[in-house]
Design a protein around this ligand. Structure first.
Ligand code: FAD
Length: 453
């Protein structure tokens, strides 16, 4: 009997440029795709609500595409280590392939499973597919990881160029009999009571074909303007590719090579991919990134007692600060927020409201469709001043000045928070904090921390 190979899909929900899938096909045996919803393994962070919504759509798309080409996607729920072994047994498989993950808990799960499977004679191979540069390959002259972005990115660029993307397979041989699969509906990834995902449905179509279409459109229509307009939230000039990269509907290799081939000057855009790499490398070296200050002196930061009403006002976009409220509502409605506004809203929470960055990180984790185990905590720590190559603490974003500079005609504010428009000024609520006074309080708290640490 022919023994199938299993491709365990995780953060690489695509057929094109998927080295694990390619390796399975090249063995010449039937191929079974597998996705495991793991909410039980130690340390694996359960997905947030918006991420679950995305996952549902992306799995439906992947499953249909595998079936079209002759193969199948098996869905199972539970502790990954035991589930994968079970599926290997059920399918009579003798090989398992996957793309690497870089979080601490994920690496532990994968390493243990790899040795257990190999111990029972199963071929296992893992591939670099989610990053352009593997974290252990980029080091300073002293053999340590980089902690500052600019030299990190310079070092990456002096390495051999990222490999060319692999073509999408046309046919994928399927097994004669399929192991049983869960029904995706039973996973209940979509919100029902209440169904808050209307804005997500209007904004996004998860899945590899839509991801590729957006990449093509961005390169043809927006990249040329990227340098000039990327900081203006109403310009729509950025790629919108973050959830595609987060879920691996596109590989960074594909984005990298197609960007260069587009012929537009692209240094700035590619360096944003560099920040994505940097965040993952930092996570690889600091698995506690989401919970622990990278700069330990911040452990002594005198956070005042949490005022839940203030946290709620921020979450709901009811702070009375127009740019902050616009951003938080864009996030709730669409599952993303423009990068500059992410910085402004994060700075407002951490500095003007003096709320621990971890509370903000958790909210973003729950509401972003691109919620990423590396980029999210990395950027929160960057804003809070406790992170790698972070913004200096005294850099408190002033939401009013930021609005003047980056949303001079209030287009973005009017789109998401119309009560602040010129015709509706009477309806606008007053700010929940005084920006100038709260800035002073934040700097004083920082000074107290410096004296105690
Ligand atoms: P583009 O400007 O088109 O950039 C291209 C790609 O580069 C992005 O798709 C993304 O993959 C990557 N990128 C750009 N900026 C960054 C950055 N600062 N850090 C890491 N990667 C970057 N990005 C996430 O993907 N997931 C997150 O959970 C996330 N959380 C964030 C939290 C805060 C507080 C802040 C300030 C930023 C966060 N970012 C996160 C980074 C950034 O805001 C988004 O990647 C970007 O807004 C996505 O829009 P885009 O795809 O149009 O970006």
């Amino acid at each position: 009997m022919r023994q199938p190979s299993i491709v365990w899909f995780r953060d690489d929900l695509r057929l094109a440029d998927n080295p694990a899938l390619r390796a399975a096909i090249d063995r010449g045996e039937p191929v079974i795709g597998l996705y495991v919803l793991d909410e039980q393994s130690d340390g694996i962070r359960p997905l947030g609500g918006a991420a679950k919504w995305w996952l549902d759509g992306s799995l439906r798309s992947l499953s249909a595409r595998l079936t079209e080409r002759g193969s199948t996607l098996v869905l199972r729920r539970g502790r990954a280590a035991s589930v994968v072994e079970e599926v290997v047994k059920d399918a009579g498989a003798d090989a398992v392939f996957w793309s690497r993950r870089y979080g601490g808990a994920e690496r532990e799960v994968d390493a243990a499973l790899k040795s257990a499977l190999r111990g029972s004679g199963v071929t296992v191979a893992s591939f670099g597919a989610s990053l352009l540069f593997e974290p252990w390959t980029v080091q300073t002259g002293a053999g340590t990881p980089y902690s500052v972005f600019t030299p990190f990115w310079r070092a990456c660029q002096s390495m051999p160029a990222p490999r060319a993307p692999l073509p999408e397979p046309r046919e994928i041989p399927g097994p004669q009999s399929e192991p049983t699969s869960d029904d995706l509906d039973d996973w209940a990834l979509l919100p029902t009571d209440p169904d808050w995902a209307g804005g997500l449905r209007e904004t996004w179509e998860p899945g590899e074909p839509a991801a590729r279409a957006r990449l093509r459109e961005f390169l043809a229509e927006d990249l040329a303007e990227y340098d000039r307009s990327r900081d203006e939230p109403s310009a729509g000039a950025t790629s919108g590719l973050s959830p595609r990269l987060r879920w691996g509907e596109l590989s960074p290799h594909t984005v990298w090579h197609e960007t260069i081939e587009s012929g537009h000057p692209a240094g700035r855009f590619l360096s944003e991919l560099g920040w994505r790499e940097f965040a993952s490398h930092v996570l690889y070296h600091h698995p506690d990134l989401a919970t622990k200050n990278l700069r330990p002196e911040f452990d002594a930061f005198p956070w005042p007692r949490l005022r839940p009403a203030q946290l709620r006002a921020w979450q709901q976009g009811r702070t009375g600060v127009p740019l902050v409220d616009a951003g938080m509502r864009e996030l709730w409605r669409t599952g993303v927020m423009h990068n500059r506004i992410r910085m402004v809203t994060a700075s407002f929470l951490v500095k003007n409201l003096l709320i621990d960055w971890r509370r903000g990180e958790e909210w973003f984790w729950d509401t972003l469709v691109d919620a990423d185990g590396a980029s999210n905590p990395f950027n929160w720590q960057w804003v809070a001043g406790s992170g790698a190559d972070a913004a200096p603490y005294f850099r408190v974003f002033n939401p009013e000045l930021q609005a003047k500079k980056f949303d001079p005609h209030s287009e973005y504010i009017r789109q998401w928070a119309p009560e602040y428009g010129p015709d509706a000024a009477d309806l606008a609520p007053p700010p929940i904090v005084d920006l100038a006074q709260s800035r002073k309080d934040a700097l004083a708290a920082y000074e107290r921390m410096r004296r105690t640490s």
